[in-house]
Design a protein around this ligand. Sequence first.
Ligand code: UT7
Length: 331
Amino acid sequence: MSKITAAITAVGAYVPDHVLTNEMLETMVDTNDEWITSRTGIKERRILKDAEKGTSFLGIKAAEDLIRKKNLDPKEIDLVIFATATPDIFVAATAAYAASEIGAVNAFSYDLQAACSSFLYGMSTAASYIESGRYKKVLVIGADKMSSIIDYKDRTTCIIFGDGGGAALFEPNEEGLGVQDEYLRSDGVGREFLRIAAGGSLMPTTAETVANGQHYVRQDGKTVFKYAVSKMAEAGTEILKRNALTADNVDWLVAHQANERIIDATANRMGLDESKVLKNIKYYGNTTSATLPLLLNDFEKQFNKGDNLVFAAFGGGFAWGSIYMKWAYNS
Ligand code: UT7
């Protein structure tokens, strides 16, 4: 009997309509289009303006897009993993609400939080369930309403992040396509350099934490940048080596979109030609858990069955890694 592998069989995505351009940011903080473009590659990002809607809205829309494209009966979904760093609320998982809203009434569901690596880790989790033979349809949603945790007076973060959602369906494959290998790592040293200080059990929200702006995400950009390049490249290179992949037989690098310079440096260290490096950061900025599925959705038509995709991500925690996948369908 051939080994069961876990393949992506459909993708979907959603970004809100409102566009926040570099020019608009120039009126909000001391920055300029030239600085943002040359340091990050970002020109605009999407913002969910409706204060009544949380991250679930983005994820539900993305899942509904997938369901429509695939003509999928949501009752067949076994598990919904909602990868996010910005859950709607604490305690009750955003996944449970999203699963009910999309009609996945026979599924169980939970949230997965690994900051910007949430979707990558979710891919690993989904693949493990499928490979074990226990479940047949696992939906991984990656979505973040980053605007809900950004201080729009802080020019070192507000220029980077945006809102968005994406989704991918994982199913068993008997042709050997889908997830081939993974290299995932974490290091708690990163907690100092990228975090929201207040609102958790360590520092519950008080009037004082709010006055201090400690409910917003803060980062030491330079340190995060250095770790991101070195760890993403290390993970990607290890994946190439372990699977005897050369730069020539990698078809696509699907890298977390945090900063164009991080993506380029990672590709460079892996020896990959720029024509293989997928990018949409210019239009969305860093959407955290949504960057990887947004790339899959935007470039889906360019993928061919059997293409070698190498995923790489790095984020808060620190948490990072790389996954090697053989694409399973032509669209
Ligand atoms: O997914 C994981 C999440 N985060 C990341 O991956 C982010 C990783 N880090 C980065 O992308 C970059 O470090 C940033 C984009 C955040 C910053 O770029 P940088 O090239 O590392 O700039 P820097 O922090 O070294 O700052 C250079 C200068 C500073 O001025 P001085 O001290 O040289 O006078 C900053 O104050 O640029 C200044 N600066 C800005 N100027 C205009 C910082 N932010 C801005 C801004 N506009 N928005």
